[in-house]
Write a protein that binds this ligand. Structure first.
Ligand SMILES: NC(=O)c1ccc[n+]([C@@H]2O[C@H](COP(=O)([O-])OP(=O)(O)OC[C@H]3O[C@@H](n4cnc5c(N)ncnc54)[C@H](OP(=O)(O)O)[C@@H]3O)[C@@H](O)[C@H]2O)c1
Length: 428
């Protein structure tokens, strides 16, 4: 192999341009660590005439990504364009031609990863995707390689910076959801269509990847129970604070016997838990293992430069393998595991009810909860008259029983409205 490994980039946007700059600025350190120089040979973009702040001559840009994949001067294909197609077809073509692949595309890895992993293994080439989860935070390699001797039981994380930013503004500045979303949009933290972020779907794709890697399984986003933050009310954030909790959008992947439970939903986290201190657009992932105990990975989960740092780390590893031999981990040896439905989960719940203000109401509600095996840990009344509310936190209860209780409460004459429900996570 020559002393230069040449990269073909598919995409030269926020992350792609940061990758080009980083490969240029840190070229000597990267060469030292990879054992060879790593250079950008070609870049595919939609509009090659667009001005981009990169140290690369304009003739390296093309609007034909297939040309980049097929170019005999390209040793490694690095996909930073996003979306499932045409990225999937292009990467399958690269792997089929025996070219290693690096990608940051969480949507593609989460939904079609298996196809890519199988082809990479069959062809004996590397496939790396560190930046697909947690942007600049190293997580895939620690889970897959550093913790190869460990049995990971649970991964609990804040993996979407946009929703964490919105919840932080609601908590610290008493903004309501719409105002906090508006501010995040003005600051450029939100995609043009915010649904994937606020609806929890971006976090669900990352949760599926984390569960697949942590538990040697094949988990896809459709296996992940998903609730977004659209219905989190400022009142709930204030009640949570009074009770000593912070509201976060969590991605949780757990092993229960041989089955996996994977879910994304807003949750109240004790303010003493390390995840409670993760503010603004930062991400953090908390890993619980049999022997290593509790580990936390914290940092910037998005942004051009942090994400580029993870992508270039993958490129340097692939370049080292091409230059000096060796191969990265394969992801094809999986264990067939059932996915446990959310209804079979045990959790603590926070429940806020608008009620009729008269004696005996609490007893009627407590009876409904008790009948469904939901025991109350704490309760208090807020307001009076037409604005009377009862706020409950339960002990751990079966989700199915709790849901049955809520259905009964919805038609109980003394309950005017079930205002909100949140799960409580991270308690000892
Ligand atoms: N941004 C982040 O913070 C972040 C963090 C972690 C992971 N990621 C992932 O990284 C990937 C890239 O994200 P990004 O933020 O850099 O996106 P972006 O700024 O929208 O850039 C996308 C790039 O791909 C090019 N492109 C798109 N479709 C193409 C096509 N059909 N043919 C040729 N070129 C095409 C675009 O060309 P033009 O420039 O001409 O439009 C652009 O250069 C995504 O998978 C994303 O999920 C991003």
């Amino acid at each position: 192999m020559s002393d230069v490994v040449r990269v073909g980039l598919l995409g030269g946007g926020t992350v792609g341009t940061a990758v080009i700059r980083l490969l240029h600025e840190h070229a000597d350190e990267i060469a030292l660590r990879a054992g060879c120089r790593v250079e950008v040979a070609r870049v595919a973009v939609r509009d090659p005439s667009k001005r981009r702040e990169v140290p690369l001559p304009p003739d390296r840009f093309t609007d034909d990504p297939q040309l980049v994949v097929d170019d005999p001067d390209v040793d490694v294909v690095c996909e930073l364009m996003g979306g499932v197609e045409p990225a999937r077809t292009l990467l399958l073509a690269a792997l089929a031609a025996g070219k290693p692949v690096v990608t940051a595309n969480k949507e593609l890895v989460a939904t079609r990863g298996r196809e890519l992993f199988d082809l990479a293994a069959a062809k004996g080439v590397d496939l790396y995707f560190e930046a697909a989860v947690g942007g600049g935070i190293p997580l895939i390699r620690p889970l897959k390689e550093s913790l190869a001797g460990e049995r990971v039981r649970r991964v609990l994380g804040i993996v979407n910076g946009t929703t964490n930013y919105i919840l932080t503004r609601m908590t610290e500045d008493q903004m309501d959801f719409d105002d906090a979303l508006g501010q995040a949009q003005r600051l450029g933290f939100v995609e043009a269509d915010p649904t994937a972020d606020v609806g929890g779907h971006d976090a669900a794709a990352k949760c599926a990847i984390i569960a697949s890697i942590a538990f040697d399984a094949n988990v896809i986003p459709a296996d992940v129970y998903t609730e977004g933050i659209e219905r989190v009310a400022i009142d709930d954030i204030e009640y949570a604070a009074r009770l000593g909790y912070v509201v976060k959008l969590l991605a949780i992947a757990e092993l229960d016997g041989d089955a996996i439970a994977a879910r994304v939903h807003p949750a109240m986290v004790p303010d003493s838990h390390p995840l409670a201190a993760v503010r603004g657009s930062f991400n953090a992932v908390f890993v619980e293992g049999d022997k290593a105990g509790e580990l936390m990975f914290y940092g910037r989960g998005a942004g051009g430069d942090p994400t580029a740092a993870a992508v270039v780390g993958d490129l340097a590893t692939v370049a080292r393998h091409l230059h000096s031999g060796g191969r990265g981990p394969v992801f094809t040896r999986i264990i067939e595991r059932a996915v446990r439905p959310i209804e079979d989960n045990d959790d603590q719940f926070y429940l806020r009810l608008q009620v009729v203000d008269r004696p005996g109401v609490l007893a009627e509600i407590a009876a409904v909860l008790g009948r469904n095996d939901v025991s109350i840990r704490s309760v208090w009344q807020e307001g009076a008259g037409e604005d009377a509310q009862l706020v409950f936190v339960t002990h751990r209860a079966h989700e199915r029983g709790f849901r049955a209780a809520v259905r009964e409460l919805e038609v109980l004459p003394v309950v005017e409205e079930v205002r909100s429900i949140l799960r409580v996570e991270g308690e000892e």
